[in-house]
Design a protein around this ligand. Structure first.
Ligand code: UDP
Ligand code: MG
Length: 337
């Protein structure tokens, strides 16, 4: 049987790039001569992204459009794409052509060899600031040292996953989704293809520093609780030092008499420890906040409308259409509960 493919493209204010991205993707996928669908997820863009995609949908029945009611974030947009995807192999790719669509063909070749996850490894990153490259490098090193999950360095969400992997990921209902971590966590036969990450083709990055920090915190907190142990480590170290100092003070008292000095050191110690305690409380807060998020049980995303998911159309193109029905039912369940 011929394989079918789903390509997921998350988009947030990408009016400048969509049309070119669509054409490049179409060119690559048409060359395969196998059924495919392009799932474009509009993550609450405030520009013309939605209307441009709607226009494209009318011309090309292979396009599927998921329009969110507001901005839910990159990782959630990818997740929605997976919920709706019907392909035997699913590819996630950024909208800005930083990940060259041609690499998808290499990924598919690996998939046909029997690999279930093929991630893109960035050999080189063009046009990204030194700051971004350094922080990314440090972050992935740090994450690896904190967790047992083997998240490969220099990879993003540009990857191909098999239907089996997609189904497993769909079953993970956590709200703070760090998709690349989850993909490593689920296992399966994984391999990589190397590629040169291009410059953003047009527009600006949709990941300002604030979002990058939030993303990093999601990554750490969803795979490690080692930061929570900070309190105990610091506690032990401080108790031990205090004990030593206590002995010193006692000896001074017994053999030397005490002269009342040391205001500066008292203040220094007090400030230091208040700072430490607040940091530790903050760390605990990061986790509690996420537990709170999870416990509310709100839906992961809200879809305003979809386009291009008609069962007959999909059947005619050789794509199954059960996932879409499932996704719609799941949303209804959320709404009811
Ligand atoms: N994106 C999204 N929602 C967001 C932020 C980004 O769907 O809230 C999409 C964006 O349109 C792009 C991809 O995620 O397709 C990666 O974003 P970007 O290229 O800006 O990140 P960078 O490559 O600079 O890390
Ligand atoms: Mg980019």
């Amino acid at each position: 049987m011929r394989a079918t493919y789903s390509i997921i493209v998350p988009m947030y204010n990408e009016e400048e790039v969509i049309e070119t991205t669509y054409r490049r993707l179409k060119l690559v996928m048409d060359s395969l001569q196998e059924p495919y669908e392009l799932i474009l997820v509009n993550d609450g863009s405030r520009d013309r992204t939605a209307s441009i995609v709607e226009g494209l949908c009318e011309q090309d029945s292979r396009l599927r459009f998921i329009n969110f009611s507001r901005n839910f974030g990159h990782q959630i947009a990818i997740t929605a794409g997976m919920d709706y995807a019907e392909g035997d192999a699913i590819v996630i790719i950024d909208a800005d052509l930083q990940d060259p669509p041609e690499v998808i063909l290499d990924m598919i070749a690996k998939w046909k060899e029997g690999y279930e996850v093929v991630y893109g490894k960035r050999q080189k990153r063009k046009g990204e600031t030194l700051f971004k490259k350094t922080t990314a490098l440090l972050f992935y090193r740090f994450l690896r040292s904190l967790t047992n999950v083997d998240i490969p360095t220099d990879t993003g969400d540009f990857r191909l996953i098999d239907r089996k992997v997609c189904d497993v990921l769909k079953g993970l209902k956590e709200k703070n989704r760090f998709v690349r971590g989850l993909v490593s966590w689920v296992g399966f036969r994984q391999t990589m293809v190397e590629y040169v990450r291009e410059e953003r083709f047009a527009g600006e990055t949709k990941y300002p520093l604030k979002k990058m920090i939030g993303f990093a915190l999601d990554g750490i907190t969803s795979f490690s609780y080692k930061p929570l142990k900070l309190a105990s480590y610091v506690g032990f170290a401080v108790s031990f030092t205090s004990f030593v100092y206590l002995v010193v003070v006692l000896l001074q008292k017994l053999f030397g008499g005490v002269d009342v000095k040391g205001w500066a050191s008292t203040i220094a110690v007090t400030l230091l420890f208040n700072g430490l305690i607040l940091i530790i409380l903050g760390v605990i807060g990061e986790y509690i906040g996420r537990i709170y998020e999870e416990s509310k049980n709100r839906p992961l995303y809200i879809v305003r409308e979809t386009q291009g998911f008609h069962a007959e159309q999909r059947a005619a193109q050789g794509m199954d259409s059960s996932s879409h029905k499932e996704a719609v039912e799941r949303e209804r369940d959320y709404a009811r509960s």
